[in-house]
Design a protein around this ligand. Structure first.
Ligand code: HEM
Length: 293
C-alpha cells in the first residue's frame, strides 16, 4: 500500500509548523477544502480533518470522534476539538512561514486560525528533557500496519487517525528531580537510552509498553519538541489505524487500570487534545471521496 500521506511514515523533519483551525460559524467549508487540496502534497504538508469538519460536510468517518476528556480515572484532560490540522514539514523557518501563510489564506473563507506551534528536532531526536524519543517506534511494514487503515475499502485504506496533544513541560520541577528520579520517570537511562531493568510501574515506558497490551497497542509516534518564548514541551503526535491503541496507552498513563499515574505527569501536562482523520492519497493529491468531495 502506498496511498498514504508520505509525511506520516517519513522520519521527523528538522523543523515543523503546526496549524490548527476551527470552523467559522455558519461557514460552508467545501470551497476552502478544495483550495487546501491544491496545496497539500501529504509530504511537506500532512493534513488531518477533525470531527467538527467531517460533520459539517455531512460525512461520517467510522472511528473518528472528538478527543475525550476522561479516560477512566479522576484526571480530566483538555479536549480542543479542532476542525482542521496541517503539519508543515521542512528545514527552513522562512519557507515554513510562507507555506503556512498560503494555507491560511486558502482556507480563510471558512476557517479561523486557532494556533500555530513551531516544532523542531532537538539534539538528534530528543525530547527537551534530554531523553531520546521514538526508540520503540514500529519500523518498516510494522510501522505501516500500525499507522494506516487496511481492508476498509477505497477512500479509507491508507488513511490514518492522528492523536495530537501539546504538552508543556515544567522545567523547574524536572530539574529539581535527581537524575535517578528522572530516569525512573521515563524508565530509560538518559545517558545511554538503555531501558532500566526494574523500572517502577509508574515509569512512562512501563505504562505504555506496546507489547504488554492485549491486543498489542502499536502506534507510530512522530512527536516534536516545541518552544514559544521561554516555554516549551513536546507536541505529541501519534498515528494509528484507529484510536484504540492510543487510548489503551493513555488509560494506563492516567491510572485508569491500577490507580498508578504515569510519572511524566510530575513535570509535564497536556494543554490541548485533538483527534484527526488524515485522508489517503490518490493521483498525488488528498483523496476525499469518503466525504463525497
Ligand atoms: C510529554 C509527553 C511525552 C513524553 C516527553 C514522552 C517521552 C517518551 C520517551 C522518552 C520514550 C522512550 C523512548 C521511546 O521508545 O520512544 C517514550 C516511549 C513511549 N511513549 Fe511517550 N512521551 C510522552 C507522551 C506519550 C503519550 C501521550 C503516549 C500515548 C498515549 C506515549 C506513548 C509512548 C509509547 C507507546 C512509547 C514506547 C513504549 C514501548 O513500547 O516501549 N507517550 N515516550
Amino acid at each position: 500500500m502506498s496511498n498514504y500521506q508520505p509525511g506520516i511514515l517519513a522520519p521527523c523533519p528538522k523543523l515543523a509548523r503546526y496549524l490548527s483551525f476551527s470552523l467559522e460559524a455558519g461557514s460552508k467549508p467545501g470551497r476552502a477544502i478544495r483550495a487546501l487540496v491544491e496545496l497539500a502534497d501529504g509530504d511537506s504538508v500532512v493534513v488531518g480533518l477533525g470531527q467538527p469538519l467531517v460533520r459539517n460536510l455531512g460525512g461520517e468517518i467510522a472511528g473518528l470522534r472528538v478527543f475525550p476528556t476522561q479516560f477512566g480515572s479522576g484526571l480530566i484532560l483538555p479536549s480542543s476539538a479542532a476542525a482542521l490540522w496541517c503539519w508543515l514539514r521542512g528545514d527552513d523557518r522562512g519557507k515554513l512561514l510562507h507555506a503556512g501563510r498560503k494555507i491560511i489564506a486558502a482556507v480563510s473563507s471558512a476557517f479561523a486560525l486557532d494556533s500555530v506551534i513551531d516544532g523542531f528536532q532537538y539534539d538528534g531526536g530528543r525530547d527537551l528533557t534530554g531523553f531520546v524519543d521514538g526508540t520503540e517506534n514500529p519500523k518498516g511494514r510494522k510501522a505501516s500496519a500500525a499507522a494506516f487503515v487496511h481492508g476498509a475499502g477505497a477512500g479509507l485504506d491508507g488513511s490514518s487517525f492522528a492523536a495530537v496533544q501539546q504538552w508543556i513541560h515544567d522545567f523547574q520541577r524536572f530539574e529539581a528531580m535527581s537524575a535517578k528520579d528522572q530516569d525512573n520517570a521515563v524508565g530509560r537511562r538518559r545517558s545511554d537510552n538503555k531501558e532500566l531493568t526494574g523500572a517502577p510501574r509508574s515509569s512512562h515506558v512501563k505504562r505504555t509498553a506496546q507489547e504488554s497490551f492485549s491486543p498489542e497497542a502499536f502506534i507510530l509516534r512522530r512527536s516534536m519538541p516545541w518552544t514559544d518564548g521561554d516555554a516549551g514541551g513536546l507536541n505529541f503526535v501519534a498515528f494509528g489505524k484507529s484510536f484504540d491503541a492510543f487510548e489503551a496507552q493513555l488509560k494506563r498513563m492516567v491510572g485508569a487500570e491500577d490507580g498508578i499515574t504515569d510519572a511524566l505527569f510530575k513535570f509535564t501536562r497536556p494543554v490541548t487534545g485533538n483527534y484527526f482523520w488524515c485522508p489517503p492519497m490518490a493521483k498525488g493529491g488528498l483523496d476525499l471521496r469518503a466525504l463525497g468531495l
